[in-house]
Design a protein around this ligand. Structure first.
Ligand SMILES: CC(=O)N[C@H]1[C@@H](OP(=O)(O)OP(=O)(O)OC[C@H]2O[C@@H](n3ccc(=O)[nH]c3=O)[C@H](O)[C@@H]2O)O[C@H](CO)[C@@H](O)[C@@H]1O
Ligand SMILES: C=C(OP(=O)(O)O)C(=O)O
Length: 415
């Protein structure tokens, strides 16, 4: 399975069921470090990133039992304070064990996660937040070393509503002495899912989903059972694919309120979206219309949907301006889309997409996870054959992507 081959032209039709959210389950697995006992996670997706996070917590002493759409994590005490570099290097979200490990053991050594294809992605806000809770933090030779006796609640203001920083601080504060307030906190649905999980473990988190989160520290937490929310980015990817191919698809296991910005832009582009039979039906007649997009923290348009929407806009009527405000380098897919005949010019943080009548199949490379998804969508609307390489990026965050598209009538397979 080295590449994905797509032959364009099919109008997607039928139903597709969305898996559990990657960006919710990863911090929740990290949060299992917070409590001794057994946590059962349901509706978990089978993804490379989930395997990596399970590998990280296993190295720290957790026993992980994968089931059919579930994970059972048994915590009989933390047995390590140094998540292996190999895991942290492979997946940035591994850094989310810092907060819970620090709260439980008072000592952590973890590699700096470093940048990736979409930007430099510093972790200064994570560290500032944990320092405010009383941790002593030293960064040297590519490692972060953190120590604390018992963390103390504090008032923390984030310069930017960082998802990861909010999560790391929230997990650490759950076991701190006293009350922590995070102002300008991230409000993504995955933050709410993590807060619900912590509360189910006996924690006291309020305000998740708003810009101010309050965490009353408790002495200890306990195991629990939790069902992970559906993946709004996977849902959005299928919605965009359905609209881009002039299709008619019922998306099942989706929470439409998590997708308001994506729905608004699809509607503006001319697609018809209806909540129906407990799902979300997306249909469209081609061509769609150009629309401008600006990525923003939730509830704004998600940066994780920018590449996929750009693929749709390559063949829309008119010119669209896509502004990326969350990551400074998230336009790697532009070069690949241009290889397929897309007319796109990058001007600073903007990509100007001039809709063309058709794009054509080509050999292209997935430079990151969502770039890979965008190239699959581009392949579905292109004339001829598209071969997408470096598909390990896609396996990080999409469960059975090829099989799900096949189920909607797409001509797509592995080679
Ligand atoms: C596993 C996971 O949930 N990943 C998501 C999470 O990533 P992640 O949690 O890494 O994203 P953040 O919200 O932290 O990053 C947003 C912006 O803040 C900057 N920043 C962040 C932390 C920090 O300490 N200093 C700093 O400057 C980043 O470089 C970036 O420019 O949210 C992103 C933004 O919605 C999504 O694209 C990712 O899919
Ligand atoms: C950027 C993403 O993930 P991560 O933060 O894990 O790199 C993503 O899911 O699109």
């Amino acid at each position: 399975m080295e590449s994905i081959i797509v032959r364009g032209g099919a109008r997607l039709q039928g139903r597709v069921t969305i898996s559990g959210a990657k960006n919710a389950v990863l911090p929740i697995i990290a949060a299992c470090l917070l409590a001794e006992g057994e946590c059962r996670l349901e509706d978990t997706p089978r993804l490379a990133d989930v395997d990596t996070m399970c590998g990280v917590v296993s190295e720290l002493g957790m026993r992980v039992f994968p089931g059919e759409g579930s994970l059972t994590i048994i915590n009989e005490g933390i047995k390590g304070i140094e998540p292996p570099y190999e895991f942290v290097r492979r997946m940035r979200a591994s850094f989310l064990v810092l907060g819970p490990l620090l709260a439980r053991t008072g000592r952590v050594k973890i590699a700096l996660p470093g940048g990736c294809a979409i930007g430099a992605r510093p972790i200064d806000l994570h560290l500032k937040g944990l320092a405010a809770l009383g941790a002593e933090i030293e960064v040297k030779n590519g490692w972060v070393e953190a120590r604390a006796r018992r963390l103390q609640g504090a008032q923390i203001y984030l310069d930017f509503p960082s998802v990861g920083a909010t999560e790391n601080i929230m997990m650490a504060a759950a076991l701190a002495q006293g009350v922590t307030t995070i102002e300008n906190a991230a409000g993504e649905p995955e933050i709410v899912d993590l807060a619900n999980f912590i509360n189910a473990m006996g924690g006291r988190v309020t305000g998740a989903g708003t810009r101010v989160i309050k965490i009353e520290g408790v002495k200890e937490l306990h195991g629990t059972t939790h069902a992970v929310i559906p993946d709004r980015i996977e849902a959005g990817t299928f919605m965009v694919a359905a609209a881009a191919t002039g299709g008619d698809v019922l998306i099942e296991n989706v929470i439409p309120t998590h997708l308001k910005a994506v729905m608004a832009k699809l509607t503006e582009a001319g697609a018809i979206l209806i909540e129906e039979n407990g799902g979300l039906r997306v249909r469209s007649e081609l061509p769609l219309k150009a629309v401008d997009i600006k990525t923003m923290p939730y509830p704004g348009f998600p940066t994780d949907m920018q590449a996929q929407f750009m693929a749709l806009l390559t063949v829309a009527r008119g010119t669209s301006v896509i502004t990326e405000t969350v990551f400074e380098n998230r336009f790697m897919h532009v070069h690949e889309l241009k290889r397929m005949g897309a007319k796109i010019v990058i001007e600073g943080h903007c990509a100007v997409v001039k809709g063309t009548e058709k794009i054509t199949g080509a050999a292209v490379k997935a430079t990151d996870l969502r770039a890979g998804a965008a190239l699959v969508i581009a392949g579905l609307i292109a004339e001829g054959e598209t071969e997408i390489s470096c598909i390990h990026h896609i396996h990080r965050g999409y469960e059975n992507l090829v099989e799900k598209f096949q189920g909607l009538g797409a001509d797509i397979c592995y080679r």
